[in-house]
Design a protein around this ligand. Structure first.
Ligand code: THU
Length: 143
């Protein structure tokens, strides 16, 4: 891995770790932080936001993507997720699909523990093989 990719990885992991501390997870007590790197080189971070009406809560990855879109990003070049568990915490199925909207199959998904230490690396294609995406809707016209 080149030093610049390593630097980006460390920056993404640090952003995911920092935002995890802001998670609103009073019900599960399971705090998650996520960060995405966009095509401009900007990092966008988000945490999970739970709700007393349980199904209305959302994941850290969804938060990070919303921040990215609001910030002018349109492509996800890398992802970091930070959470504490006995095994690496990968994005849930729904978030894999949400990431798929903006990321290519070779997009790295770096998973860190609760201390922000890398514990696993995947590509989005590994996590969501044979996926459905925007190119399957050739008739869709951009706004
Ligand atoms: N959660 C995330 O934020 N991201 C994931 O990838 C897995 C799960 C959140 C949702 C919920 O607030 C809590 O973790 C427990 O499922």
């Amino acid at each position: 891995m080149s030093s610049s990719v390593e630097a980006q990885r460390q920056a993404l992991l640090a952003a995911a770790l920092a935002v995890r501390a802001k998670a609103h997870a009073p019900y599960s007590k399971f705090a998650v932080g996520a960060a995405v790197l966009d095509e401009h080189g900007h990092i966008h971070a988000g945490c999970n936001v739970e709700n007393a009406a349980y199904p209305q809560g959302w994941c850290a990855e969804a938060s990070a993507l919303a921040v990215m879109v609001a910030g002018g990003g349109a492509r996800v070049l890398a992802v970091a997720v930070c959470a504490q568990s006995t095994t690496p915490v990968t994005p849930c199925g729904g978030c894999r699909q949400k990431l798929r909207e903006f990321a290519a199959a070779d997009c790295p998904v770096w998973v860190a523990d609760g201390a922000g230490v890398l514990v696993a690396s995947f590509t989005l294609g590994e996590l969501l093989p044979h996926s459905f995406g925007p190119e399957h809707l050739p008739l869709a016209t951009p706004p």
